[in-house]
Write a protein that binds this ligand. Structure first.
Ligand code: ASP
Length: 593
């Protein structure tokens, strides 16, 4: 097909802009053919760009040439149209379309480019598989929904920049090719051609650089920055993701929290959500106790309680005493049938609970899954502890043996969500922000028999816990905090260690000798010796925040070119093999398995 040239023609309007007031004007629109309808003597084209669609009428009575040309175009062809805006006849107004009261009578139709038939229709709601969408991402991005998401993200980034600027934060770039940074994941490595056998690591976060910027006197820093973590596959993880990374000198936690809360307020205003400030705070211990999670979803009320058992009575499983148990009261839960409860029990046991019993407080009396009838005073005691009323269901959950506490938390978190879903308890249009504070400083790895930093090793212990650092590391709390929204962790940070001596002691607990610490972070430890101000900060998950704002459950919906859950770029087909010469230049050889 012979294509037309755009020449020096300028668009007068976008495709979503024309209204009744434009009637009588001659306009020039350009975009993609969304739909073509051939009614024999008339051909209609819906012309689409990022702002919307306009109906174009190709009428041979106005131009035979335009009508002939329109006969040749197909969906996704790129065309330019010049013509007059006219008001549609009353019966033909399309109320679904913002431009639906008008149409353009084409006098000129330029076919600027052809298009192959796309592998899926360009529509807002799609049933196309994600793989196909990602393989043809440039077509997927034409869909209104993706346009809205990516454009919302742009506005969110603008809000971040303006807000941080207002508060005196400097946007400073930090290197992508660097040394390993300590966020606890595997590094992506870049081999050096000039120095065979040496590698750069892509940063898991700019953690050390932002601390160095505080030592360098910048006072307040931020960056919307890509981070790279080679982590195990999980549904909603991306090997490269974006953080709003923030650090400030002489920090007061409350000041930082306030800056972040106001940022959230502005961001969510973009989607007409009013954010309530200040955000509530909860200690890590309380979150784990009541919700079994350090990122509890507080859009619903279900709370686990640890119970003291009535005297002389113990929960047992296969003769073993249950040492960790919690009880959950589900208001009006007695309506669940036995088979529904059996299904939930299967889930709980598959989720590694060792013990599961229920009690229903029905009108007909008390029913329970306890194997032997409970003495009435025991029942009364348990109901009292659970603060249950008639119509309620009470669930008892327990674990024994190795990692009992961890498993109890995991299952209680999972079951809490299951019940919330079953009983539709999640309040819609609720935005529940929460600061979780006072995290433990260390995580004990049972398998490796050693401590790991729960946040990262530059996080400061609470001052009052310093003396327990060596004697009782498990009891030491960190000056770390997470920001949670509707059960998703959207940020995390801490007040940092700024004294060499404490940093050295923390490394010791983590099993790093002075020697090893110097080898890994020597440049940083040295910097700490030159007058480091107290400092602290946070990193917010830009992808996750945008997904929540856009109402999407996957962060891939707010990233222009994401990778699949198995870290593959379907479109570019990355990762890919390389030429043997390239490997040779890098001094690398592939292992033959
Ligand atoms: N660097 C940390 C992270 O990426 C955040 C922080 O401590 O500021 O999780």
């Amino acid at each position: 097909m012979k294509l037309d040239l755009l020449g020096d023609r300028q668009r007068t309007h976008y495709c979503g802009e024309l209204r009744k007031e434009h009637a009588g004007q001659t306009v020039f629109l350009a975009g993609w053919v969304d739909v073509r309808r051939d009614l024999g003597n008339l051909i209609f084209l819906d012309l689409r760009d990022h702002t919307g669609r306009t109906q174009i009428v190709c009428n041979p009575a106005i131009s035979v040439e335009v009508h002939d040309r329109a006969d040749e175009v197909r969906g996704e062809y790129v065309v330019g149209v010049e013509g007059e805006v006219v008001v549609r006849a009353p019966g033909t107004v399309n109320s679904q379309l913002a431009t639906g009261e008008v149409e353009v009578m084409a006098r000129t139709l330029l076919v600027l480019n052809e298009a192959k038939t796309p592998p899926f229709p360009i529509e807002d709601e799609t049933k196309t598989s994600e793989e196909t969408r990602l393989r043809y991402r440039y077509l997927d991005l034409r869909r209104g929904r993706m346009q809205r998401n990516i454009r919302l993200r742009h506005r969110a980034s603008e809000v971040v920049r303006a807000h941080m600027g207002e508060h005196g934060f400097q946007e400073i770039e930090t290197p992508f090719m660097t040394r390993s940074t300590p966020e606890g994941a595997r590094d992506y490595l870049v081999p050096s051609r000039l120095h065979h056998g040496y590698f750069y690591a892509l940063p898991q976060s700019p953690q050390l650089f932002k601390q160095l910027l505080m030592i360098g006197g910048f006072d307040r820093y931020y960056q919307i920055v890509r981070c790279f973590r080679d982590e195990d596959l999980r549904a909603d993880r991306q090997p490269e993701f974006t953080q709003i990374d923030i650090e400030m000198a002489f920090p007061q936690r409350d000041v930082l929290f306030d800056i972040i809360e106001r940022l959230m307020e502005k961001l969510f205003a973009l989607v007409d959500v009013k954010v309530e400030r200040p955000f509530p705070r909860m200690t890590y211990d309380e979150a784990m106790e009541k919700y079994g999670s350090d990122k509890p979803d507080l859009r619903f009320d279900l709370e686990w309680k640890r119970i003291s058992l009535p005297l002389g009575w113990a929960f047992e499983v296969s003769g073993r005493h249950i040492d960790n148990s919690k009880v959950l009261r589900i208001p009006k839960g007695a309506s669940l049938s036995r088979s529904q409860l059996d299904k939930l029990e299967e889930t709980a046991i598959a989720g590694e609970a060792d013990y599961w019993r229920w009690v229903k407080l029905t009108e007909a009396g008390i029913q329970s899954s306890f194997s032997k009838a409970l003495p009435p005073n025991t029942v009364a005691g348990l109901i009292g502890e659970a603060e249950a009323q008639q119509g309620d269901l009470i669930i008892f959950l327990g674990t024994v043996g190795a990692s009992a506490e961890r498993r109890l938390n995991e299952v209680s978190d999972e079951m809490r969500h299951k019940f919330a879903k079953k009983f539709n308890l999640i309040k819609p249009s609720t935005w529940s922000f929460l600061w979780v504070v006072d995290f433990p400083m260390f995580d004990y790895d049972e398998k490796e028999k050693r401590f790991a930093a729960m946040h990262h090793p530059f996080t400061s212990p609470r001052e009052e816990d310093l003396e327990k650092l060596e004697s009782d590391p498990k009891a030491v709390k960190a000056r770390a905090y997470d920001l949670v929204l509707n059960g998703s962790e959207i940020g995390g940070g801490s007040i940092r260690i700024h004294c060499q001596d404490i940093q050295r002691r923390v490394f010791k607990v983590l099993g790093l000798s002075d020697e090893q610490a110097r080898e890994r972070f020597g440049f940083f430890l040295e910097a700490l010796e030159y007058g480091t101000p107290p400092h602290g900060g946070i990193a917010l998950g830009h992808d996750r925040i945008n997904a929540l704002m856009a109402g999407e459950s996957s962060i891939r919906e707010v990233i222009a070119f994401p990778k699949t859950a198995s870290a593959i770029d379907m479109m570019c087909e990355a990762p890919a093999g390389v030429d043997p010469e390239q490997l040779d230049e890098l001094g690398l050889k592939l292992k033959q398995d």
